[in-house]
Design a protein around this ligand. Sequence first.
Ligand code: PFF
Length: 457
Amino acid sequence: MEKREKFSSRIGFIFITAGCAIGLGNVWRFPFIVGKYGGGAFVLLYLLFLVILGIPVMTMELAVGRAGRGSSVESFRRLEAKGQKWHWFGYPFIWGNYILMMFYTTVTGWMMAYVFKMLFSADSKALFEDTANTFTHMLSSPGAMFFWMVLATFIGFLVVRLGLKNGVEKITKRMMAGLFVIMLILAVRILTLPGALEGVYFYLKPDFSKMMAYGWQEVVFAALGQAFFTLSIGMSAIAIFGSYIDKSHRLGGEALSITLLDTLVALLAGLIVVPAAFVFKVPLDAGPSLVFITLPKIFAKMPLGFLWGALFFLFMSFAALSTVIAVFENIVAFWMDTYHWKRDKAVYVNMLLLIVLSVPCILGFNRWSAFQPLGEGTNILDLEDLLISNTVLPLGSLVYIFFATAKKGWGWKGFLKEANTGEGIKFPEGIRVYLRYVMPVIILYIFLQGYIGVFKK
Ligand code: PFF
């Protein structure tokens, strides 16, 4: 077997995998979902899902990657018994990675566009006051969105082309360090504004009545989707990084560290956005446009607002790009492992492919806006997001759960041995029955309820 590339350090592995997890889900989606579903109550539910569902599935993915030493399809193929077809699941996982990037690169492009706008736009009235117009104007300009999407895709593949150690590891590590520094500066700036503590109070105080107003099923569905999405579990994006590490550390502990870093960034992003909205009395339930329409108004009221704005969107761009790079690495590794393509070829072909595949999401906001796949006001991005967050990720997680716990798969013994090889926190042996029988029921139940909810609306 060909020698597989390895990370140069354990910290590199943890930062890159956390970089895959930390993304738009943390900095863009989390604050507005929390705002919508009642602050602390939702946060509690989300944390619960991370612990009871997220960490076990992440450990399983890492184990499949590390023991199978391959990308999506190959690692299953090496671990399954002769004649079994588990590796077939590897293909839809990779399609999932493509679908995710079909909208993720566009939103990453928005973030980068806003860094540029903050720094160079001469029209500060448009940027800081007519924020809704500025955002709508961007959404109605397919050319501009295309430019930024291509730039995001290009940067992502450029880093992946440099290789695992010299590109992905080196650059993502720096970007994550930058992200933490910027985030801390922003948090201190916002939290020291008069009145910010009221926002912190709302953010952390559970308000179950607001949650109930939406119906508990909807809220639980949202929390579950968010938990899977934020950790990047269920479609082999995490497994690939397991395939690049040695056996020196137990995987439960690694999954815990990655989840903690991811949660820290989500909670801090909320601590920046929610109190800021409170101080400047802007509605929190603005949804996805919150950071583009609402936040610039806040920066406008701060001295050196354009600089804070630029830093904020740079923070968003780093988070998004670290995920784009990680997912591109998974896609490229798939072609290298399964079809023995050279890294360069896989990079160039997929760069072109993804640029083309990202076009529908862009057109969904303008030329194709009449197509509203999930009901009035929805667009192609919503459809792609539903396919990933609420479909591929929960169902894909079920695949990992069954594979790691069922006799007809890799099996509990194989999984446990891999997960517990090395030093560190041990994955508990006694929870097999929970993982095998209870967890799938929870996931399936919430998954079905959620779908019924979406189509009943
Ligand atoms: N975890 C990423 C985020 O929070 O933005 C999104 C994501 C990446 C989901 C990779 C799934 C995945 F496989």
